[in-house]
Design a protein around this ligand. Structure first.
Ligand SMILES: CC(C)(COP(=O)(O)OP(=O)(O)OC[C@H]1O[C@@H](n2cnc3c(N)ncnc32)[C@H](O)[C@@H]1OP(=O)(O)O)[C@@H](O)C(=O)NCCC(=O)NCCS
Length: 175
């Protein structure tokens, strides 16, 4: 299995994948300057170093060869702070799959499947009864991918990118 927990030294490689793939998850019409700002702040190398060091988070990477990181997922333990999301989740303890991004050249190649399988194994081994995530309501490919792995739409939430507020579905899988 080529998926492993990221180390601090992986932060720059993960940030590269994040910069390449975050725009793909944004709905048409998202302002380029807002995407750029999100990448340079939320998805910075420094932030990934902090995410990797954070005990509440686990960053998984798929790196089958020394050629580089093909995709990553970030897991966040515990209930979400947002009461609107908590209200629609029916399985506890739970874990958020906060990010799951794969290089476009690897879409359909099984990388994402390895990452989500590892994430759900990690959740089960941590004693979770469920896992949840937010996905843009226009991101049909990601929704289909999550459905294939047992997730169902249980609610909605919003996600802010710059000046725009995007509409997400909340999806959950019971473990
Ligand atoms: C989401 C992501 C991780 C899924 O990985 P993937 O390798 O593309 O996933 P798969 O190919 O296994 O599954 C995608 C499914 O969507 C289908 N699909 C592709 N385009 C689609 C579309 N426009 N509408 C609906 N379904 C679509 C595929 O046919 C496939 O289904 P199938 O296996 O039944 O044929 C990957 O596409 C990605 O990194 N996207 C960009 C970042 C992103 O959106 N991340 C998710 C943020 S929540």
């Amino acid at each position: 299995m080529s998926v492993r927990v990221a180390r601090s030294a992986d932060a720059a490689g993960i940030a590269d994948v994040a910069a390449l793939t975050f725009p793909l998850a944004c709905p048409p019409g998202t302002r380029p300057e807002d995407i750029e700002h999100f990448i340079s702040t939320v998805l910075s190398v420094e932030n990934f170093e902090a995410y990797i060091a954070d005990e509440a988070r686990t960053v998984l990477i798929d790196e089958p060869t020394e050629a580089g990181i093909l995709g990553y997922a970030m897991l966040v333990a515990g209930l979400p702070a947002d009461p609107g999301i908590r209200a629609v989740l029916s399985a506890e303890p739970t874990l958020e799959i906060s990010k799951l991004y794969v290089r476009p050249t690897e879409h359909g190649n099984g990388v994402a499947g390895r990452l989500i399988s590892s994430a759900l194994s990690y959740a089960r081994e941590s004693g979770c009864r469920g896992a949840w995530l937010g996905v843009n309501n226009q991101n049909a490919r990601a929704q289909r991918f999550y459905s294939k792995h047992g997730f169902e739409i249980v609610g909605t939430k919003t996600f802010v990118v710059g000046v725009q507020t995007h509409d997400d579905y909340v999806m959950q899988v019971r473990l």
